[in-house]
Write a protein that binds this ligand. Structure first.
Ligand code: APR
Length: 237
């Protein structure tokens, strides 16, 4: 991995880390589309959309209980730690993630902007209430009102929360360095967000083990394991 041309985090004042499943891959959490990807094994139309939930909420919960157990058995990796350390060191640093695993927060990151929600929150759409929940299996599956609680995750065909998107856009418009880590860049509207930083003249780096459909948009394309590259970008200060 060539690090000489990599931007150094220390040369920038406001860094945004925009992360995806590839960051958590080194912790043992499968990505969605890569080799052994979750959507290779499970059809999202059966397990991760509102229609599936309306059809069979217990089946959808069984799937998410498995995901909770898998994530609970994993720990943040060096990539998560570099990002959390950098945020402590440079408070203007913002973390925008598509991940629902909370490994950023378990590594010590704060105010993480969770574009796709969290595996560790549930909500009742009838009562309009959302609350943290760490139980495995998730129980009780029903709200006091009798409706099924659903994972507070942005599933396929769901809209993103407008306030969350606004916070992400605001951070991306103000940053001078965008570090996009471990995302295939194919899921919209999240994949659109890095362009905000590009339109505002930030330096941009794509960290990935391989090229993606959006690689051409980035000034720097760092190829290799996320944890190694992030460590190098932090160390070169
Ligand atoms: N280091 C860096 N990049 C990696 C690593 C690694 N160790 N391992 C895998 N990658 C890269 C892959 O090459 C791929 O480009 O991470 C990317 C993972 O892509 P996806 O599986 O598509 O995950 P992501 O982009 O986060 O998915 C976006 O899709 O399924 C929905 O809501 C879900 O948030 C998710 C969204």
């Amino acid at each position: 991995m060539k690090t000489s041309s990599l931007p150094r985090l220390g040369d920038f004042r406001r860094v945004v880390f925009f992360t995806g499943a590839g960051l958590s891959a080194e912790s043992g959490i499968p990505t969605y589309r890569g080799h052994g990807g979750i959507w290779k094994e499970y059809d999202y139309q059966e397990y991760a959309c509102q229609r599936a939930f309306d059809r069979d909420a217990n089946k959808v919960w069984d799937f998410h209980d498995k995901r909770r157990a898998a994530v609970r058995a994993c720990s943040p990796n060096d990539g998560h730690r570099v990002i959390a350390e950098w945020q402590r060191r440079a408070p203007g640093t913002v973390v925008v993630t598509q991940n629902i695993d909370r490994l950023h927060q378990r590594a010590g990151a704060y105010d993480v902007i969770e574009l796709h929600g969290s595996l560790w929150r549930v909500r009742c759409d009838r009562e309009k209430v959302t609350r943290p929940d760490e139980s495995i299996p998730m129980a009780p599956r029903k709200c006091a009102c009798g409706a099924f609680l659903r994972p507070d995750i942005v599933w396929f065909e769901d809209a993103l929360d407008p306030e969350t998107v606004r916070r992400a856009q605001d951070a991306l418009a103000k940053c001078d360095l965008l570090v996009t880590v471990g995302t295939s860049g194919v899921v919209y509207p999240a994949a659109e967000l890095p362009r905000v930083a590009m339109q505002h003249g930030a330096t941009t780096v794509e960290v990935n083990v391989e090229d993606t459909p959006v690689s051409r948009l980035y000034e720097h394309r760092a190829r290799g394991q996320a944890s190694e590259i992030l460590r190098a970008m932090a160390a070169a200060t």
